[in-house]
Design a protein around this ligand. Structure first.
Ligand code: URA
Length: 238
């Protein structure tokens, strides 16, 4: 079983490519400009029925130059009212993970697959995901992270394009063309089912390690792009 304690086991998702969210250059002002433009467009979005019931669009929060992006499902009531992702009960659990990984919200970026609250917190519908994920496809390459953490089924299925259960994917690391992808249980799921709390929080050391490896690579000239070359998909299930 792949352990969330180790970055040694990296699974290739080459047969199930993540959506086209390739990285876009080194102009550090670019992410903010692109994000501002699309956040503004999204704020007036009426492409699905959710615009009728939302208070506001919840675009995302954090650093536009984050090395790690967390992607959730859709805003809940607190987020719909407050305009920021993960500021309710689920956000408190996410904050526990961040604290355990020595990360602050300003160090990372948090967003959702669907940017408007589904009424009564129902699951987002396929058509809503389809139309709204176009914003995510702009947002992620504008930030250009190394690591994407998908929170729960909807974000994980969208990013990994796999239908496996969260129990099978939770804490396993996947390498796509541009990103390392780490699927985790949705923080809200760890509130309803306490047995999920421990594996969710157990991802903290792995997150720390990934970011530490990345910083080391950034400072070692010429090695930044191939730091995972020792990791083979054949190590799966070791
Ligand atoms: N759940 C999510 O998936 N996203 C949020 O922003 C809040 C709760």
């Amino acid at each position: 079983m792949c352990s969330a304690q180790s970055a040694e086991n990296v699974h290739s998702c080459q047969n199930t490519p993540a959506p086209d969210v390739s990285c876009s250059g080194s102009d550090k002002a670019l992410p903010t400009r692109i994000q501002d433009k699309f956040a503004q467009l999204a704020s007036k979005c009426r492409k699905c029925e959710l615009h009728k019931t939302r208070t506001q669009v919840v675009w995302g929060s954090g650093s536009d130059a984050a090395r790690i992006v967390f992607i959730g499902e859709a805003p809940g009531r607190t987020e719909d009212e407050g305009g920021q992702p993960f500021i309710g009960a689920a956000g408190k659990v996410l904050d526990e993970l961040l604290a355990a990984a020595d990360l602050k919200r300003d160090d990372i970026y948090i967003t959702n697959v669907v940017k408007c609250r589904p009424p009564k917190n129902r699951n987002p519908m396929p058509a809503e995901i389809d139309v709204c994920s176009k914003y995510l496809k702009t947002q992620i390459p504008a930030i250009g992270p190394s690591v994407i953490v998908t929170l729960g089924t909807f974000a994980t299925r969208y990013v990994l394009q796999r239908k496996d259960s969260m129990a099978a994917l939770q804490g396993r690391l996947y390498q796509s063309k541009d990103y390392l992808i780490l699927p985790l249980y949705h923080p809200a799921a760890t509130i309803y089912d306490r047995t999920k709390r421990e594996p969710f929080l157990a991802a903290a050391p792995l997150l720390k390690k990934l970011l530490a490896e990345e910083s080391a690579d950034d400072s070692a000239e010429g090695t930044a792009s191939n730091h995972l070359s020792n990791h083979s998909p054949s190590q799966e299930n070791t």
